[in-house]
Design a protein around this ligand. Sequence first.
Ligand code: DGI
Ligand code: FE
Ligand code: FE
Ligand code: FE
Length: 188
Amino acid sequence: MKREQLLEAVRGQITKHRYEHTLGVVETAIRLAEKYGADKEKAETAAILHDYCKFWPEDKMRNIIENTPHIPKDLLEYDTELWHAHVGAEVVRRDLGIEDEEILDAIRYHTSGRENMTLLEKVVCLADYIEPGRQFPGVDELRTAAEEDLDRALAKGLGGTITFLVNREKRIYPLTVLARNSLVKPKM
Ligand code: DGI
Ligand code: FE
Ligand code: FE
Ligand code: FE
């Protein structure tokens, strides 16, 4: 599918506000891909589709998690906000025919992250944090870091999410901790 068709497909799945967020992630992911040497076309496709299942009902997502062998079942024990990423990767493969595993992984891990993320995964995950429409405490610091050091910026972003979750007495999905640790070099 072409860019315009993919945009149309995702527009039918999400709110107007979320669609605008998606356009911001697309623009930012392309820019970061260019800056850090990731595949721009793959970054664009992954960014367009990254929140495809964001507004799917919980029971529909739960069903897909339970019935798709390789989706980690422990997601069901963590915040439902994590689900749309792993489910989204399966759904865009099934419904839109996206077969590129690098693109699917970038969608799959855009929320949780994972240990040793690929360049493309980092670009999409960071673009999701810093797209122009995003507003949260510390976002400008993240935007500055993103211009200097991809790993450091993403570690900061994930660190902020971990702090946010801890402050709300929520659980942290282990992949998020592994992602951050693998982005922060050990000090000897
Ligand atoms: O879908 P978006 O709102 O664009 O952003 P996202 O897919 O990065 O979702 C982020 C939300 O997920 C954020 O509000 C925090 C929540 N969340 C809940 N548990 C976890 C988590 N995020 C991470 N990275 N790890 C968790 O364990
Ligand atoms: Fe998301
Ligand atoms: Fe994110
Ligand atoms: Fe997003």
